[in-house]
Every structure is written in structure tokens, then in C-alpha cells.
Design a protein around this ligand. Structure first.
Ligand SMILES: Cc1cc2nc3c(=O)[nH]c(=O)nc-3n(C[C@H](O)[C@H](O)[C@H](O)COP(=O)(O)OP(=O)(O)OC[C@H]3O[C@@H](n4cnc5c(N)ncnc54)[C@H](O)[C@@H]3O)c2cc1C
Length: 235
């Protein structure tokens, strides 16, 4: 498996030495455990290809961006797993594409809130989340996964119904689902290459009513008598 991974992303980005794995396999607050390797793919297509290899080898995959999550979810959390673990760190896949004249953005898996702030400054806009860890490189996607933010009542926690993601289907095969509402093609390689190279135009962007932020949060958070929580961390 390791050799196949090296063939795809290069030996520099397949980390197996324990001293080099340490900063990826240990969480900021807690979470610590053994990983067979840390993989650092440089593009969406590389990410897709290494996931296929990991699936074939039947290893556990833990996705990770900046590893600032405080929940233990970004790293292994013991050495008591039934299969070896591979950590896939996405920080090299960090492109941010502005669409709809900057009203919306597509944040690649490792893109950071810090870079988003810089990218939006010239058009007088701000990222959805400005959080304590923006300055230490927290990612946009890690924020959506962790439901980060929350203290900003007008904006609420990071949230989106628009995403491009891979999943293992009922037949045990890797499947790519395009819910970005952008026409990018039909097969996974075509979709990933078109997105990576920004090979789409405004006619491909579907005018969808799916939401890319939690625009009901300011109402929900005020429902103090509600029987359900306003926000789930790491939901
Ligand atoms: C000093 C400090 C200050 C902080 N301040 C705040 C704050 O003000 N507000 C707040 O809400 N939080 C805060 N946090 C918590 C943390 O920074 C946020 O949750 C942040 O959004 C996590 O982003 P990350 O890129 O580090 O994600 P990671 O920690 O790398 O990942 C978070 C989770 O997302 C999953 N994940 C990451 N990428 C993918 C992917 N591509 N596909 C599937 N799953 C994925 C991981 O498995 C993990 O479970 C702070 C943390 C620190 C250390």
C-alpha cells in the first residue's frame, strides 16, 4: 500500500517516520494514537486516488486539515483500533475560488479562513467564521465539520448544504457525490479535474435554493425554551 501511495503523491508526502508523524497524530487538546502513515496529497485527483488505495487496503482513514479541532476527532484517539489508521492531511489542497462576483466561494479541503479573509478583503466581504484559530490556520472545511463559530449571532456556526464529497457506498465502492450545484461533468476524474482547474463558467453554476450558511441561527439561538440544543459541536 505504501509503495502505491508513494507512486501517486511522491515519497515526500507519505510520512511514515514516527518523529514526523507526531504533529499530525496528536491533537491540540487531546487525541493521540498510532498512525501507519500520514498522507499529504497536493490535488483533488490525488486525494481521490489515495482514497481508492486506502479502501482497497481496508485501512481506517481519518481526514484532517489544520488539526486545531479540540474534540479528538482530527487524530487517532488510542491504539485500540481493529485496523491500521491512515491520516489524510489536506492542507496542500488549499485553493479558494470566488463565484457569483464573490458572493459565494468554493473552499477546497485544506483552504484556510486566514486566506479567505485576505481573498475577500478587496471586495469588502468577510469570511462566514472569524474564530480564535483563524490566526493559527484553521480551515474552512474543518469549520463546517466541527460546526465552528457560534459566538457570532448574525452568522451562526459554519454550515453548508453545498459540497462535493466521496463516500463508500453499500457495495463497498468509492463514490463521488457532486452537491456543489455546479455542472462539472459526469465521471469522478472529470469532475475533480474541472473543479481543480476552474474549468467551469457562470452558466454552469446552478441558481440553487440550497443554503451555504445557517441563516436561521439568530432565531434558533433565541429559543431559550426549546427542548432541542441551538448548536451541536462537532455534529
Ligand atoms: C487556540 C484555538 C482557538 C480556537 N477558537 C475557536 C473559536 O473561536 N470558535 C470555534 O468554534 N472553534 C475554535 N477552535 C476549535 C477549532 O479551531 C475549530 O473547530 C476549527 O474550525 C477546526 O478546523 P481545522 O482545520 O483545524 O480542522 P481539523 O481539526 O483538522 O478537523 C476538524 C474535524 O473535521 C474533520 N475533517 C477535516 N477535514 C475533513 C474533510 N476534508 N472531510 C471530512 N472530514 C474532515 C476532521 O476529521 C475532524 O473531525 C479553536 C481551537 C484552538 C486551538
Amino acid at each position: 500500500m505504501i509503495q502505491e501511495l508513494i507512486n501517486i503523491i511522491g515519497s515526500k508526502y507519505v510520512i511514515t517516520a514516527s518523529w514526523r508523524k507526531n504533529s499530525y497524530s496528536k491533537g491540540w487538546r487531546y487525541g493521540n494514537g498510532e498512525a501507519l502513515a500520514v498522507l499529504r496529497p497536493g490535488s483533488l485527483i490525488e486525494l481521490w486516488k489515495i482514497l481508492k488505495v486506502c479502501l482497497k487496503a481496508d485501512v481506517i482513514v481519518i481526514m484532517q486539515a489544520a488539526n486545531t479541532g479540540l474534540t479528538g476527532g482530527s487524530t487517532p484517539n488510542s491504539n485500540d483500533y481493529d485496523r491500521p489508521i491512515v491520516i489524510v492531511n489536506t492542507l496542500r489542497i488549499d485553493d479558494i475560488q470566488l463565484i457569483n462576483e464573490g458572493k459565494q466561494i468554493i473552499g477546497f479541503s485544506g483552504s484556510s479562513l486566514y486566506d479567505l479573509e485576505k481573498k475577500l478583503e478587496p471586495i469588502n466581504r468577510e469570511p462566514h467564521s472569524i474564530i480564535g484559530s483563524t490566526s493559527i490556520g484553521a480551515s474552512i472545511v474543518g469549520g463546517v465539520c466541527n460546526n465552528s463559530g457560534g459566538s457570532l449571532v448574525q452568522r451562526g456556526p459554519a454550515f453548508t448544504e453545498l459540497a462535493l464529497y466521496a463516500k463508500v457506498n453499500i457495495d463497498g465502492e468509492l463514490e463521488l457525490t457532486n452537491e456543489l450545484e455546479i455542472n462539472l461533468g459526469s465521471n469522478p476524474e472529470e469532475i475533480l479535474n474541472n473543479l481543480q482547474n476552474k474549468n467551469y463558467d457562470k452558466l454552469d453554476v446552478i441558481n440553487s435554493n440550497k443554503s451555504a450558511s445557517d441563516n436561521k441561527y439568530s432565531e434558533i439561538v433565541r429559543q431559550v425554551k426549546s427542548t432541542t440544543p441551538a448548536r451541536y459541536n462537532a455534529d
